[in-house]
Design a binder for this molecule. Structure first.
Ligand code: F3S
Length: 653
């Protein structure tokens, strides 16, 4: 707010002159009297009284003493009386008023004088007392016209019109033409004091710009009252005699850029104007201080985060308990997040989710200023962020990981990125005979197969994720498989012709003959489902996705041992292990059987092998051939029989 003092406020030339003359007289004569208050301002007159200047209600009261005639002037009669009775008559009548006295006194006796002004005002009374003709005092044009209408004055009379020095010039100019129309021979003397008109003009200009005008001056001062009247046409106006009379909370409701105008009547001393000015200044200062304090408070307040429902904040965990985490969010309120708002995982403890010092994203869900707390939620932020990530993952066909938190009707719930994901039972990978509960608390990988962001619903598939993993493993397997590659496999199934072994990406077939170096009756005699066995790739077909395996350890190959230890013509013992139409197989060492062809069983002709040999029977045989390429051994009983026959014959001879 700005305080502006109107130009020409306060003492006018005439008042200043009167006060100066009075004070000088007081200095000169010691005791001085004024005829009535020197000016219409109690403060000034009180001050003068303190200087020993006394007020006389009538001239006789100051008889023999120096008497000051005030600036308003007095009647000619009073003036003469003062000169006659008082020791000194100091005429402090304002020269502008004196001029009016002169105009009026010079009017012919058969003429008339109209004084436009306040008939009770001492100035007007004094003016009136200088006329030698008829005098009419009119307050306004209506009263002037009234003189004409009531035939107090005729239109052709000589009329002199003078105006009280402090009359509002604007009002006078408004009807001066009308006056001329009423009276043909009127002489209008514009005796309005420029000091007054300029004061009024300045006050009015200021009032038009101001939000509030303070008019300072004596309540009985006509010119001050006039100023208040003019100002009140344009803005809120208060009329005070001094600073003490300023109403309380005068500035209440005014804008901070308001102008506070001050004007003062001609009889208002500068120090009273200053007091009012200082008082207003003080009040503005107070307001500014309050506003500054408020602004500071506001600023201080703004250094805190303003919390409202739905606001997302960074929260620092300051303490945790079983039920909640207390967080600092830079607000006036103490933030807290109850366990259920920390995570969607019903199995998680507060300490599983956050620890002291963690900075987390949270959303305000309830502010309670009455107790200074703010309830927040982490899981809702996580869910929102999670939903975005999940949508992006689906778009990118990524595999997500999450913890299974519960088995529900028709499936399981997985929490991933803070979001609940429903995995239908058919997509869990758990067989019908299995239990979904077994998945709870396990970390699983899944693919997102359906999202309903509006309902916050996400459906996933563990099966699909597993399938992708398997497909990838298979692809990698077929890219890297080699004959001779060794695998640790698990027997998956047993058939009559062999066993299928899981070697990771695929199941390979180990034919019965490849299960062991030894002779095998049925695969189940060697292995059981679930057995872990070492296998070697014998061959593979990427097109048909088939792999032939062997469980035989090359280092244990009995043929190698056989060729190292045995040679053609060696006579050895062998055990018959099977009999066929074309001969009998006899085991030389485990894993190496030799064939005793039907023609090599005896020197006699044999038609029924079983009549001469039996399975399990140990026989002496001679190795007659070793086919290293085909790993075949030919044995002969007959060769031994022939070798021994001549000797027997010789003995007989
Ligand atoms: Fe004189 Fe004008 Fe003041 S008439 S007393 S100077 S207002």
């Amino acid at each position: 707010m700005l305080i502006e003092i109107a130009d020409r406020s306060g003492f006018c030339f005439g008042v200043e002159r009167a006060i100066k003359l009075t004070e000088e007289s007081a200095d000169k004569y010691g005791e001085v009297w004024t005829l009535g208050p020197l000016i219409h301002n109690r403060i000034v007159t009180d001050s003068l009284q303190k200087q020993g200047i006394k007020i006389a209600d009538e001239v006789a009261q100051a008889a023999g003493k120096p008497l000051v005639i005030r600036s308003h002037g007095v009647t000619e009669e009073t003036e003469n009386e003062a000169r006659a009775l008082c020791s000194v008559c100091i005429d402090a009548t304002c020269p502008f008023v004196k001029k009016i006295h002169k105009i009026v006194s010079e009017q012919p006796e058969d003429s008339a004088v109209i004084i436009l002004g306040d008939k009770t005002h001492p100035e007007v009374i004094g003016i009136k007392g200088h006329a030698r003709c008829r005098v009419f005092v009119c307050a306004d044009f209506e009263e002037i016209r009234g003189l004409y209408e009531h035939k107090a004055l005729s239109p052709d009379e000589d009329v002199a019109l003078v105006i009280q020095t402090t009359f509002d010039r604007g009002s006078f100019l408004g009807y001066s033409e009308d006056i001329r129309k009423c009276y043909n021979r009127v002489k209008i003397y514009d005796t309005i004091c420029n000091a007054t008109s300029e004061r009024q003009k300045n006050a009015e200009e200021l009032a038009k710009r101001a939000a509030l005008m303070i008019v300072v001056g004596g309540k009985s001062s006509s010119n001050t009252g006039k100023l208040a009247e003019i100002c009140a046409r344009h803005c809120t106006t208060v009329f005070v005699e001094n600073a003490e009379e300023l109403p309380k909370q005068l500035l209440k409701g005014l804008r901070s850029d308001s102008i506070i105008g001050i004007t003062a009547g001609a009889s208002t001393p500068a120090y009273t104007i200053k007091e009012v000015h200082d008082s207003m200044n003080e009040e503005i200062k107070n307001i500014n201080e309050i506003e500054e304090d408020f602004a500071a408070l506001l600023e201080q307040d703004q250094s805190f985060t303003r919390l409202y429902n739905g606001k997302r904040v960074k929260a620092t965990v300051v303490s945790i308990s079983k039920k909640e985490a207390v967080v600092e969010v830079g607000a006036k309120q103490t933030g807290y997040i109850v366990r259920d708002e920390l995570t969607n995982d019903p199995n998680a403890e507060v300490a599983d989710v956050v620890k002291v010092g963690d900075v987390i994203d949270a959303i305000v869900i309830k502010v309670d200023d009455s107790v200074g707390t703010a309830a927040l939620s982490k899981k809702r932020v996580d869910a929102a962020l999670g939903m975005e990530k999940i949508a992006a993952s689906k778009e990118a066909n990524e595999t997500l990981e999450g913890a299974v938190t519960a088995a529900v009707k028709g499936g399981v719930i997985v929490i991933a990125n803070g979001t609940r994901v429903f995995i239908p039972a058919s997509q869990t990978g758990v067989p019908r005979s299995g239990k979904l509960e077994d998945l709870v608390k396990k970390t699983v990988q899944f693919k997102v197969i359906e999202i309903d962001e509006r309902r916050g619903r996400v459906v996933g598939s563990i099966r699909q994720a597993n399938k992708e993993v398997r497909d990838a493993e298979k692809a990698k397997f077929w890219e890297s498989i080699e004959v001779g590659q060794k695998f640790e496999g698990e027997v998956r199934s047993i058939e009559d012709y062999g066993v299928f072994v899981d070697i990771g990406a695929v199941d390979g077939l180990v034919r019965t003959s490849e299960l062991t170096w030894n002779r095998v009756g049925h695969p189940k005699d060697i292995v059981s489902i679930g057995d872990k066995i070492t296998v070697i790739v014998k061959s593979y077909d990427p097109e048909k996705k088939r792999v032939s395996l062997s469980a035989k350890d090359p280092d244990e190959n009995p043929w190698t041992k056989f060729v190292a230890d045995y040679a053609v013509d060696d006579v050895i013992k062998a055990t018959v292990v099977s009999i066929t139409e074309f001969g009998a197989f006899a085991q030389i060492i485990p894993g190496v059987d030799g064939l005793i062809h039907i023609s090599q069983i005896s020197t006699d002709r044999i038609t029924n092998i079983a009549s001469v040999l039996a399975v399990g029977q140990e026989v002496d045989v001679k190795i007659i051939d070793i086919d290293t390429e085909k790993s075949r051994v030919s044995l002969s009983i007959k060769a031994l029989m022939e070798e021994s026959a001549p000797a027997e014959d010789a003995d007989a001879e």
